[in-house]
Design a protein around this ligand. Structure first.
Ligand code: BES
Ligand code: MN
Ligand code: ZN
Length: 496
């Protein structure tokens, strides 16, 4: 779907979306249409008991005298509640409603929406961004499209008093959406298509937007001593890869922010094999790396004034004659030895080396990792919040706020010595699972912390939020790209 901006006018083709605030009289184009049609709008509103609450929709065939096909009246809710996220959600509603639209083009002509911090065109830009985010679908493997998939709508045109200003306000948001779409794309692709080398190849394309891309192969990682990461991939015929992306939009002297992602392109569990039921879900076990990729695309696209490195630890976790065994002891790049008691607790092994490498090489001012790390986080928080763990209160608060602002919400869970003791091993420095059944997400985070020196660090466990079986406001069912908008917002607020 293409987004365009146009001078306000009464259009004479396609579908028209208009809006009304809760408890307010019809304004602008809505009242104009009402007058032209002898009060059709006023009567429909009364008969259908339309209140104008946020996201409420009243759709009707355009009355005689109008050359358009359908009018959709959208409830805008209360002006005092308006935030960027609120506007994006309104936009998403427009997209959702227009899924059943017979026209190629729809026009959105809402009354001007302004708040103390958001001007009319920024409002329009946020609504457009929400509409765009909600319109993305992964349907490339359906060779015979059902009617519902042949989305007829191709152009969504937003009307403004100054379309040029609306377009330029939209541009950075559009770049973030491009990042989100890249993440959703690689997370949605099946595991025979996305494996470490193919994902690294896609990452190389970011050179086109000005990102520096380096790819380390197994031999190079071996030299660095990354045996924790390599051990996970050793059962696979696919070669493990470490992708390093750098975006240098900030001052030369400024230490970078570092974002590290778990990229298990398929997680069978290895020799500690998973049950067959829902194992296909484990194609999205690379979502953390997918978010790193999309975030870097977003930052480069909007030319963010900040230095950021993104690191993707890419492996496939397979059982085979060459696979790692439960009981193996590996020496990580940090020098710490790890007893691998369960080959299905592989994400932390990948991150152990990826985190160590990142802080050693880049000396970042702050480091954040994202990982579909534990099933336990789905038990604790479901699909509404990602788990947040941090050694730094300010960082945790800032991430919480960025999450609330973007709708990618996080909830902090504790770290502590007591949990840390639980991963002491009798035969090595650390073991890769806790001893009991409790606090599985915390002991996993605790494991990661052993590979972080005392720099500000946060870990986001996105196992419950990376994929949504039902769909969310800003995304249809499937890959969400949870984390891209959150981290983009965090960077924009505090580092640019
Ligand atoms: N990739 C899984 C976690 C996961 C579960 C992600 C559900 C997305 C949805 C991870 O590698 C894993 O298998 N974790 C184990 C750890 C256990 C063996 C300590 C788990 O959560 O069961
Ligand atoms: Mn696993
Ligand atoms: Zn996994």
């Amino acid at each position: 779907m293409k987004i365009n901006f146009l001078e306000r006018s009464l259009v004479s083709e396609g579908t028209l979306v208009i809006g009304a605030f809760e408890g307010k009289k019809l304004q602008d184009v809505a009242s104009e249409i009402d007058k032209k049609t002898d009060g059709v709008l006023t009567r429909s509103i009364a008969i259908k008991d339309f209140k104008g609450s946020k996201g409420e929709v009243l759709r009707f065939v355009a009355p005689h005298g109008l050359k358009i096909s359908e009018v959709i009246l959208l409830g805008l809710g209360k002006e005092k509640d308006i935030t960027p996220l609120y506007l994006e959600e309104l936009g998403a509603t427009i997209s959702a409603v227009l899924e059943r639209c017979k026209d190629k083009t729809a026009y959105v002509n809402l009354p001007a929406i302004t708040t103390k911090t958001i001007n009319e065109n920024l409002s329009i830009a946020h609504i457009a961004s929400g509409a765009l985010l909600r319109s993305w679908k992964f349907d490339k493997y359906h060779t015979k499209k059902k009617d519902s998939e042949k989305s007829r709508l191709q152009n969504l045109v937003f009307m403004s008093g100054s379309p040029k200003a609306a377009k330029s306000a939209f541009e950075p948001l559009n770049q973030v959406a491009e990042g989100v779409f890249l993440t959703r794309h690689v997370v949605s692709e099946p595991p025979n298509v996305i494996y470490p080398e193919s994902l690294a190849k896609i990452a190389k394309d970011l050179k086109n937007v000005g990102v520096t891309v380096e790819v380390l192969n197994e031999a190079q990682m071996q030299k660095l001593g990354m045996n924790a990461l390599l051990g996970v991939g050793q059962g696979s015929i696919r070669e493990s890869q470490l992708v390093v992306l750098s975006w240098n939009g900030g001052k030369k002297s400024e230490a970078p922010l570092a974002i590290v992602g778990k990229g298990v392109t398929f997680d069978t569990g290895g020799i500690s094999i998973k049950p067959a039921q829902d194992m296909d879900d484990m194609k999205y076990d690379m979502a953390g790396s997918g978010v790193v990729l999309g975030l870097m695309r977003a930052l480069a696209g909007r030319k963010a004034k900040v230095n950021v490195v993104g690191v993707m630890g890419l492996v496939e976790n397979m059982p085979s004659g060459s696979a790692q065994r439960p009981g193996d002891i590996v020496t990580s790049m940090s020098g710490q030895t790890i007893e691998v008691l369960n080959t299905d607790a592989e994400g932390r092994l990948v991150l152990a080396d990826a985190l160590w490498y990142t802080q050693k090489r880049f000396k970042p001012q702050v480091m954040i990792d994202l990982a579909t790390l534990t099933g336990a986080i789905v038990i604790s928080l479901g699909h509404e919040h990602a788990g947040l763990f941090s050694n730094n209160d300010q960082l945790a608060t800032r991430l919480k706020d960025a999450g609330d602002a973007t709708g990618e919400k996080v909830w902090r869970l504790p770290l502590g010595e007591f949990y840390d003791k639980d991963i002491d091993s009798g035969v090595a420095d650390v073991k890769n699972i806790g001893s009991g059944r409790g606090a599985g997400s915390i002991t996993a985070a605790q494991f990661l912390q052993r590979f972080v020196n005392n720099i500000p660090w946060a870990h986001l466990d996105i196992a419950g939020t990376a994929w949504d079986k039902k769909g969310r406001t800003l995304s249809v069912k499937g890959a969400t790209a949870f984390g891209v908008r959150l981290l983009n917002k965090w960077i924009q607020t505090h580092y640019e």
